[in-house]
Structures are given as structure tokens and as C-alpha cells.
Design a protein around this ligand. Structure first.
Ligand code: HEC
Length: 216
């Protein structure tokens, strides 16, 4: 279809009105700042989260293996009853070093704590429930914790019968003598009756963003 004369006048008129409308002055500084902020949002968090996840995973695997080695050595040397005092995370010796060098906070939290200091905080609960309701979703997770820090979490399961010596059934897995020793140290203990494979707790690593940025 060929454009009619009227259409051409209409288009021309429109272009004229459009180009003749006075333009607002360009706020170059505002534009530059907004662009920079948008780029920061787009690039830094993805990098930060990825590196934070990597760091969280490294911390958990180093801490978990140091802790397990300490526990196993204590059991060999002192038996189950003698190992009870080696079950605090700080016994592995690794937490203090990482806390000093990176400023991270390493803990294990749970809904049924032996040590009441290890109970889930309000903000842990949402993460915990996601793990508890989707048992196959047992991977590490990185999230923003607050303006300064990230939080890395990873589920802890009852990996073997070794754990049942102190977290299984009292009377069968846990000897009455060992349990009275546990109760004397932890009068409000809730951490019993687990079976191999059960979801027991989660690692909670609070990582300052500064520490992550220093690794980027
Ligand atoms: C020798 C006894 C013993 C054995 C074996 C043992 N634990 Fe524990 N566990 C404890 C004690 C005692 C505590 C409390 C530590 C504290 O004061 O922080 C504890 C605490 C925990 C916590 C922190 C939450 C809480 O309830 O306070 C988790 C998670 C945990 N144990 C998991 C395990 C797993 C998984 C295994 C097997 C690899 C295991 N434990 C083996 C005695 C034991």
C-alpha cells in the first residue's frame, strides 16, 4: 500500500511535535551513579555469593574433618566416656584459627540440642525447615545474613553408628553409665534417639563480606 498524502502529513507533524518538545537537562552525575549502582548489583553479589559459597564449603570440610579426627582419636585413647569432653567444636582447635584469621563464626545448630547454646536461632529456622522438608536438598547454601555478612549452612546427618554411641537410644546404643555422664554435663540434653541417616543438625558459618572480598 502506498502512503497517502494525509498519512505523510500526520507522520511529519508528529515528528515535528516530538522533536520540538523541550528536553529536560540531562542529569549526568545522577545517571552515572545509577549506572554504577546497577553494575555493582549485577556483578558483585554474584561473585560474592559464589566465592562465599566456596569459602563456606572449605571451612565446613576443614572443620568437620578436624573435628571428626579429634573425636575418633579421643575415643581410641579414652573410650566413649572419655571422649564426651572432646565433642565441643572448639576441641578441634581449628575454629579459633579461622575465627582469628577470617573473622568467621563457626557453629553447629539443631532443633534438639545437647548443649543449649546450639539451639536454632529465629533466623536459622527458615533454612532449617527447608532442609527438613526436602530431605534430598542436603547441599550447602549461601545466603545474605545482613549488610556485613553472608551465612553458609550445610546439613549434618548421623553418618555412622559411631554417632549412636552418644546420640542413639539410651540403654541400647548409649550405655546407662555414659548417659549419666552426658546428663551430668548437659542436664537438658535432647540429642538422643537418632538413627543412622537422620538429619541431626546444620553447620552455620557466618562469613564477613570483607573476608570474601579479600579472596576475590
Ligand atoms: C563421645 C560422645 C559423642 C559422639 C560419639 C558424638 N557426639 Fe555429637 N555431641 C556430643 C556432645 C557431648 C555434644 C555437645 C557438645 C557441645 O557442648 O557443644 C554433641 C553435640 C553435637 C552436635 C551439636 C548440636 C547439639 O546437640 O549440641 C551435633 C550436630 C552432633 N553432636 C552431631 C554428631 C554426629 C553427626 C556424630 C557422629 C559423627 C556425633 N555427634 C558423635 C557427644 C557425642
Amino acid at each position: 500500500m502506498r502512503p497517502t498524502k494525509n498519512t505523510l502529513i500526520l507522520v511529519f507533524g508528529f515528528l515535528c511535535i516530538y522533536s520540538c518538545t523541550p528536553k529536560k537537562p540531562v542529569d549526568r552525575e545522577g545517571f552515572r551513579q545509577e549506572k554504577a549502582a546497577r553494575e555493582l548489583k549485577r556483578i558483585v553479589p554474584a561473585d560474592l555469593m559464589l566465592k562465599g559459597e566456596e569459602l563456606g564449603e572449605e571451612i565446613v570440610s576443614a572443620t568437620a574433618s578436624a573435628y571428626l579426627n579429634t573425636l575418633k582419636r579421643a575415643i581410641v585413647e579414652n573410650g566413649i566416656s572419655g571422649a564426651i569432653d572432646f565433642c565441643q567444636l572448639s576441641a578441634s582447635g581449628i575454629t579459633a584459627g579461622l575465627q582469628d584469621s577470617l573473622g568467621v563464626t563457626i557453629s553447629r545448630v539443631t532443633d534438639k540440642p545437647r548443649n543449649p547454646a546450639n539451639v536454632l536461632s529465629e533466623s536459622d529456622k527458615a533454612i532449617w525447615e527447608a532442609y527438613a522438608y526436602v530431605p534430598e536438598n542436603l547441599d550447602g547454601q549461601i545466603q545474605e545474613y545482613n549488610a556485613e555478612s553472608l551465612i553458609y549452612t550445610k546439613p549434618i546427618t548421623i553418618g555412622s553408628t559411631l554417632c549412636l554411641n552418644c546420640h542413639g537410644q539410651v540403654g541400647s546404643d548409649i550405655t546407662p553409665e555414659n548417659y549419666s555422664l552426658i546428663k551430668s554435663r548437659y542436664p537438658n540434653d535432647e540429642a538422643v534417639n537418632y538413627e543412622v541417616g537422620n538429619f541431626r543438625g546444620m553447620w552455620r558459618i557466618i562469613i564477613p563480606k570483607k573476608a570474601v572480598v579479600s579472596k576475590l
